[in-house]
Design a protein around this ligand. Structure first.
Ligand code: PLP
Length: 228
């Protein structure tokens, strides 16, 4: 086995274990392999080891990797997204985790209608109110419940959150995100089954708080040598 397939197997083992301690079915939690900055060879290796869900944060970097890989992979966009890039991103990605404003969401809804596609979307929430970070403020999100319920062309999966960097106890932010999801589901009447939370350093805590998809890069592919 290659190093990468061993790391993948180890990660899956840790996910299964976290699910078991949370009393959750391991089938409820997906592993999103974040391949940003890594070459297509690394994606291929993970693919050969059975991985079928990959995340990228830049459309331009991702496009040649996506073109070089077989179909049947779910490509998830996790990076900052500007409205003028929506059409390109929808051409390559079926999932978007980083929708951080109602304006962007409505642009995605409109362009998806024009392109006759149906993207699955997570709304990024700035649950700690960090000034340096984008994302919906919790109150704005709740105030948008009716607008969310009236979207035509996107499947709203749920919420995505990144806890403050370097924080020892990420778990509290994950549980706040879950509570916010529950309130938004009640206010909008949408199911919002998904919680995109947890990265290499904290995915086990995220699973304990209900994460349904963990976004893992460095623990699988190794350290990134340039910023994404
Ligand atoms: C890069 C990135 C990840 C993966 O981070 P690791 O710490 O390497 O696991 C997850 N989510 C987002 C949004 C990212 O940009």
């Amino acid at each position: 086995m290659s190093d990468l397939s061993e790391r993948l197997a180890a990660l899956r083992g840790r996910i299964d274990k976290a699910c078991a301690s949370a009393g959750r079915d391991a089938a409820e939690v997906s592993l999103l392999a974040v391949s940003k900055t890594f070459p297509v060879e690394a994606v291929r290796e993970a693919y050969d080891a059975g991985q079928r869900i990959f995340g990228e944060s830049r459309q331009q970097e991702a496009a040649p990797k996506i073109a070089a890989m077989p179909t049947g992979i779910d490509w998830h966009f996790i990076g900052g997204l500007q409205r003028n890039k929506v059409r390109k991103v929808l051409g390559d990605f079926g999932w978007i985790h980083s929708v951080d404003s109602l304006r962007l969401l409505e642009a995605i809804d409109r362009v998806a209608g024009e392109e006759a596609c149906r993207p699955r979307v997570y709304l990024e929430v700035n649950v700690a109110g960090e000034l340096s970070k984008g994302g919906f403020a919790p109150d704005d999100l709740l105030a948008s419940a009716d607008a969310l319920a009236s979207l035509q062309q996107v499947d709203l999966m749920g919420l995505m959150a990144i806890p403050p960097e370097g924080i020892a106890a990420a778990r509290g932010w994950f549980s706040k995100t879950r509570e916010l999801r529950d309130r938004l589901a009640a206010a909008s009447g949408l199911a919002l089954p998904g919680l995109s939370m947890g990265m290499s350093a904290d995915f086990e805590e995220a699973i304990l708080e209900g994460s349904t998809i963990v976004r893992v890069g460095s623990a699988l592919f190794g350290n990134r040598f340039y910023p994404a």
